[in-house]
Design a protein around this ligand. Structure first.
Ligand SMILES: [Zn+2]
Length: 417
């Protein structure tokens, strides 16, 4: 549903590129020793003009811009250690509804501010520390109408080109001469995007990362597969980038790992479920879930216009159909195995339009391990013994999937990659 909108970076001709140079793009601070620490955030003002202030241990560079649909202000910073008090950003004031913060890439942090309507960034600057006062990052927002907002957006589009996604060493892909199939594991969310959160504060992004790391170790130990991950630490990776990585490395199987949540009024649900890609959702719950999972980029303030258009090609369409058979085949195999180790949802195989499952040539499934909002599920999700059993089952399903393919059973693999 988000493809229809145009998402663009907005600022005013680079007016909000502050302090680039010494502390600019070249900065790649990784040791926490010299990283700035953000200790507090405050909001002031009203619904016509709102000031957003962050206390930081040292002066840092900032880039601020707006995004539409929904209206957001994105503040990009060098890597910052956030030590805000609990619940910071959960509620707002004036033009600001809420905000979140976290790592978006090595060396880069981000604050994404949800605004109540269209705004203009009136001022964005950083004050040096004075005496006992920390450095302060200040953003002034003023209310504008949508027309003015969109005008600024269009203007900015002509001057600012979105950055090309950079190739990384992780794109090296299958090692030359290594004939083993490559399995790509995709722990959902990460960095600024926490995913779902349990009532006690446990976060989906950490639960699924722990699970995926343990699954990686087990798969590697078998010696039968090359294993790659879309992320192996707490960083944000856009959905399209996850798909791109799987394709670039010619993954033979893509397994996305998530944990679901239900709001109180949505009732109770428990158990793991496996999802494959389909144009129309298999049921209302699958549709709700896909919509929630597809929001990851919006949450992190990703400029979706930077993504290449999906290739409209009949061949891709055919490949997709064939890939879909494999995906469904693996989902069923996985279900058979998980039955023995995990509690399953009452409708354990479903499908919907998950953006992360859209590689046309990589069989892809998304596993929802359970519900962080269910007390019993959460207990399992965070337990070592459950994780051991569930990862064993997935390894077994991977074995069966590839054994059948090598034996020429099951659907025929697509020849072209
Ligand atoms: Zn998720």
């Amino acid at each position: 549903m988000f493809r229809g909108f145009r998402w663009r970076l907005v600022g005013l001709g680079g007016a909000f590129l502050i302090g680039l140079g010494a502390a600019g793009a070249g900065e790649r601070a990784t040791s926490s020793g010299n990283l700035a620490v953000a200790t507090d955030a405050r909001l002031g003002g009203d619904e016509s003009r709102t000031r957003f202030i962050v206390d930081v241990s040292q002066n840092i560079s900032l880039t601020a811009f707006t995004l539409a649909d929904p209206y957001r202000v994105v503040i990009d910073l060098p890597q910052v250690v956030f030590q805000f008090p609990a619940k910071t950003g959960e509620s707002g004031r004036g033009l600001i509804k809420a905000f979140r913060y976290g790592l978006v890439m090595p060396g880069g942090s981000r604050i994404v501010v949800d605004t109540k309507g269209p705004v203009r960034i009136d001022k964005a600057f950083v004050l040096d520390p004075i005496d006992s006062q920390p450095a302060r990052l200040v953003i002034d927002l003023v209310a504008v109408d949508r027309e003015a907002f969109m005008r600024t957006l269009a203007l900015e589009n002509r001057t600012r080109r979105p950055a090309e996604p950079k190739k990384t060493d992780r794109d090296a892909g299958a090692k030359a001469g290594d004939q083993r199939p490559l399995v790509m594991l995709d722990p959902g969310h990460g960095g600024i995007d926490n995913g779902t959160t349990a009532p006690g504060g446990e976060m989906e992004k950490s639960i699924v990362l722990d699970f995926a790391l343990s699954l990686r170790d087990k798969l590697e130990k078998t010696g039968k597969y090359q294993v790659a991950m879309t992320r192996s630490d707490d960083r944000f990776v856009p959905l399209a980038e996850r798909v791109r990585m799987a394709r670039a490395q010619s993954a033979a199987l893509f397994i996305s790992i998530h944990a679901d949540a239900l709001a109180k009024h949505e009732g109770e649900a428990r158990g793991a479920a496996i999802y494959t890609l389909s144009e129309t959702a298999s049921d209302a719950e699958a549709a709700r879930l896909a919509e929630a999972e597809n929001k990851a980029d919006v949450i992190a303030g990703v400029d979706l216009s930077a993504e290449p258009d999906e290739v409209a090609d009949i061949l891709i369409d055919l490949a997709q159909r064939e890939t879909k058979h494999f995906s469904v085949h693996f989902a069923k195999t996985l279900l058979g195995e998980l039955k023995t180790s995990a509690r399953l949802h009452k409708h354990p195989i479903k499908s919907a339009g998950f953006r992360v499952l859209k590689a046309p040539d990589v069989p892809s499934v998304l596993i929802e391990l359970g519900y962080v909002t269910s007390r019993q599920d959460l207990k399992l999700l965070t337990s070592e013994s459950w994780r051991a059993r569930a990862t064993d089952s997935i390894v077994q399903a991977v074995h069966t999937f590839f054994a059948k393919r090598l034996a020429g059973q099951g659907p025929v693999p697509p020849v072209e990659r």
